[in-house]
Structure formats: C-alpha cells, structure tokens
Ligand binder design. Sequence first.
Ligand SMILES: Cc1cc2nc3c(=O)[nH]c(=O)nc-3n(C[C@H](O)[C@H](O)[C@H](O)COP(=O)(O)OP(=O)(O)OC[C@H]3O[C@@H](n4cnc5c(N)ncnc54)[C@H](O)[C@@H]3O)c2cc1C
Length: 460
Amino acid sequence: MIEPTRIQRLNDRAERGGDFVLYWMQQSQRASFNPALEYAVREANGRDLPVAVVFGVMDDYPEANARHYAFMLQGLQDVGRRLANRRIAFAVRHGAPEKIALDLARDAALLVCDRGYLRHQRKWRENVAGSAPCPVVQIEGDVVVPVDVASDKSEFAARTLRPKILRHRDDYLRSLDDSEVTRDGLGLMLGSDVDLSDISRLLARLDIDHTVGPVKRFTGGTGEARRRLAEFLRNRLPGYGDGRNEPGDWQCSFMSAYLHFGQISPVELARRVQETQGGSRNDRGTYLEELIVRRELAINFVHFAPSYDSYDALPEWARRTLSDHARDRRARIYGREDLEAAETHDPNWNAAMREMVHTGFMHNYMRMYWAKKILEWSATPEQAFATALALNNKYFLDGRDPNSYANVAWCFGLHDRAWTERPVFGKIRYMNDKGLLRKFDMDRYIEAVDRLVAAEKDPD
Ligand SMILES: Cc1cc2nc3c(=O)[nH]c(=O)nc-3n(C[C@H](O)[C@H](O)[C@H](O)COP(=O)(O)OP(=O)(O)OC[C@H]3O[C@@H](n4cnc5c(N)ncnc54)[C@H](O)[C@@H]3O)c2cc1C
C-alpha cells in the first residue's frame, strides 16, 4: 500500500499524453519495496503506457568520491537486473540529474520522483517541477513516517519527537508488493550512456575524486542489503539491546549505507525486525528506536534547519558554552593531517580512525568518542566541528546523510542537554578513555580493526 500522505504533487501542469510514465530515480535506489516505483507502475498501467526509469550519474556530486560511487554503482547494477526482470526500461545517463530528468520528461505523460531532504536534493526537485512540461509527483519512500506528518517543527530532542512518531508508526509499517507491469517497456530507447557491466572500468572513466577508494568490507545493492539483514536477524539481533555498544563485537545491522543510498526501505527493515522470532522484545524495541526515532530525528533536523551543515545550526546554549571555553588551554592540539593519519597519542581513537579510513565504517559508540575527542584536541570548537564533519563525509559510506549532520552536531550539543561544566567542553557532554577501558574490551577492538585493515590491503 502507498499511503496518500507519502504522495505530493509538486506542480500544477495539466494532464497530458506521452510515450511513458517516467520515474526519475535518485534517492530510492531500489527496484522493490519502492513506493515511487510502484506508484509509477500503477499510473502507467492506468494509462496503458510503459514505465521508464532514469538515473543521472554526475561527476561532481557534493563531497562524493570513488568509495561512494563504487557502492552506488554496485547498487544500480542490482536495480538494472531487477527492473529488467519486471520488463521495466532503465536508463543510466551521465550528467546532471535534473537536466536528464527534464530531457526525458519531454516525452512523458507524468514524472514521478522520490524524496531527499538535503539542500541540493530539494533544489533539484524544485527545478524539475518548475520546468517539466508534465505533472510531477513526489513520493516519500525513505522514511517510516513522512517528515511533515511526524512534526511541523524542528524537534528539540528524541524525547519530543518519539511520541509523535509512535502515534503514527504502525499506520506506515505496511507491506508493498511489486505491481505487475502491463506494458513491456524494454523496447523504449532512452539514451542510456553509462555501462554498468564493468564498475572498475566505469569508475576509472568518471571525472571524480579518486583519493578515497572503494572498500571490500561492503558491497552495494538491495540483494546484499537483504543478505546482511537476514544474517543480522539470525545472529546479531538477539542481544542487540545490551550488546550494541561493545566496539569489538559490531553487534549491529550495518544497514546505514544501504539506507543512505535508498538500497533498502526502512519500512521493509522495520517489518522484518518486528516479524522475526529471534531476539527479545528489548532487542527489537531498541533497534526500532534507532532505525525510526533516531534516524527520523536526523531527517527532521535537516528538513527544518536551513543551515544544517554549519556550526550555526547548533543550539544557542551549546554555542554559548563552547564560546565561553574557546580560550581554555588544550592539553593537546592535533591538526587535520595528524587526525587523518590516525597519529594521536590515543590507541583507541587511532583504531577508530583506521576503521573509518580503511573500511568506510566505524562502530557507533566509537563514532561518539571519535567526535568528542576532535572537539577536545582542536584549537577552536568551530574548527573541530568542520573537521569532524569533513572527515565523516569523506570516509564513511553512510556519510553525507541527514544522520551525518545531526550526529556530528549531537556531539556538539544538538538534541542533548547541558551537563556538568568542565574545561574546553563547557556544558557539552564529555567522554573519556577511562570510560571506554572500564566498560569495554578495547584491546579486542584494536586487534579486530587491525585485521579489517589488513583485509582491505590484501591484494587478492
Ligand atoms: C559522530 C557520529 C557520526 C555519525 N555519522 C553517521 C553518518 O554519517 N551516517 C549515518 O547513517 N549514521 C551516522 N551516525 C549514526 C550511527 O553511528 C550509524 O548510523 C550506525 O553506527 C550505523 O551502523 P548500523 O547500520 O550497523 O547501525 P544499527 O545499530 O544496526 O542501527 C540501525 C539503523 O538505525 C539508525 N541509527 C543507528 N544509530 C543511530 C544514531 N545514533 N542516530 C541516528 N540513527 C541511528 C541507522 O540508520 C542504522 O543503520 C553517526 C553517529 C555519530 C555519533
């Protein structure tokens, strides 16, 4: 089922004929459990037209590098296979997504798009809706509760959003079956000019940032996301509630990059967790809290805060307390190069940085510690914020996401409360290595990261 509140008409162009119904795929990079795609199929069937799906690959996507592109292109390969099985035409074109969408919109009866919340994603859709000659409809398929249904303002903290989300949550956890396509679209000529058959070759040809390369730890695509999910439900959901914080165990689902690229639906994920026999009520509840309340709090943040990526988006109390302590003496100051090279005095922090640089991921608990230490070891809080966000987006496969902006900002006071005042941090929540060493087996984490890094470097 596609809930009507996921559907938004973006312009008022009159209905018209055309050669196909166009789904301009950008955020929801998947061929099943995708409400935008299913909406396009149903609209096409109603008009006795085929469906055409188009994706635009641009060279200069904000902050993206070869690591991100490789994962995305693997996912698009998967999309191509699945769409072909459903007799749906798929074009991948090289260039600016909005231009490509508008080019194909000339022959479309209707243009359907998915929804993204970051500045450039919103701008593209606005431009397409303003210039397309046909009606444009946006379908919001990468959240459980649509952002405007959940709240009409920037939420203060998880505790203020939670009751609003929970009021609606179960109404949106519905299954979504593939609709049968009545007109075969495979004969459509859509001018696809990106060949996904050899991703290494394609990557080499793209004029993108190659300084950060692909990782072996993660392969993109819906099939791979579902395989990992099944493994998580079987082996690591049991115990997730209590075990998720232990860095050396990675008792987590590894779904963040798949969610970021829209390769898996959060509704599908939540339903699978709800339906599974494994794990306790606490395990399932904790997971759904992270996946829905915390993740959608981040989406609420970027949706309502125009400067979500800037230090100015921090709450006023946080900026004030950090400013009061901006001149405090720092025991150590590291520049970005030392940090990026994982060359600090702290072996736990260095291990976390190595996990990030070499494997594109970092355990959630270590992400908190990592960003807090950048605040502690930088000359100014503004510099710390900029460094943490830049490194986050450069190395994480799940970077450049609403979760990136909200979580880095959380380490500087967003969605948190004031704590006991102390040097450098002021009233911002503090973390230290004594806490890590008391609670966790950090030697095990460091050794495990060494193994992961060695596997990445293995030339096999
Ligand atoms: C400093 C810092 C930076 C972070 N940067 C990112 C980022 O760039 N991209 C990103 O997706 N997440 C980020 N997070 C949030 C979180 O660490 C990751 O989403 C999580 O570790 C991903 O692993 P997983 O999918 O195995 O999580 P699981 O524990 O399996 O959780 C399932 C899903 O719940 C959501 N989730 C989990 N923890 C959080 C959280 N704290 N806030 C919001 N949603 C959450 C994610 O979508 C995740 O995929 C950051 C956290 C911190 C403290």
